[in-house]
Design a protein around this ligand. Structure first.
Ligand code: NI
Length: 171
């Protein structure tokens, strides 16, 4: 396995709709392994393939950041089957460094997809897990969480990101 570079806001891959995975083959299994390693190293709780430069519908989520194997969720071609409720809470993104903003997400969600054996799986999520799953599935549609904010907030964020880049900080 290998660490992959995480793309930062401004990269065209992050606003592109990702392609469905046609077959869960060795390449996809390797990509998923690399993404899990990259996620844990970041560290973060969710990562989508476009964030590492691959236009495929694949996400990895791990609320335990590598502490608990049972928490790791790898989903190929995830789709939301149903959602319920709403929670407004701060979230961030590995592709949008140092920015955390309040975003509305469902409270409960059911997501279906394929696992790395190509079997259909369903995940029933609540609260933070729902938030992360929705956030990662948005990435597959080329949507960053900052797109969900008001125009004024987005303007302030663009300013802050420009400043960070100008200061030569790693972003
Ligand atoms: Ni993200």
């Amino acid at each position: 396995m290998a660490l992959r570079e995480i793309l930062i806001i401004g990269h065209p891959m992050l606003v592109k709709k990702a392609e469905p995975v046609e077959r869960v083959d060795a390449d996809i299994v390797r990509l998923a392994g690399d993404m899990v390693e990259t996620l844990h190293a970041a560290p973060g709780i969710g990562l989508a393939a476009p964030q590492v430069g691959v236009s495929k519908r694949l996400i990895v989520v791990d609320l335990s950041v590598g502490e608990n194997k049972d928490d790791l969720i790898v989903l190929v071609n995830p789709t939301v089957l149903g959602k319920e409720g709403e929670v407004i809470c701060e979230e961030g993104c590995l592709s949008v460094p140092d920015i955390r903003e309040k975003v509305a997400r469902p409270y409960r969600v059911t997501v279906s997809g394929l696992d790395l054996e190509g079997q259909t799986v369903e995940v029933d999520a609540e609260d933070l897990l729902t938030r992360v799953l929705c956030h990662e599935i948005d990435h597959l549609d080329g949507i960053l969480f900052v797109e969900k904010l008001s125009p004024l907030k987005r303007k302030l964020i663009r300013k802050k990101l420009k400043k960070t880049a100008a200061a030569g900080k790693k972003a």
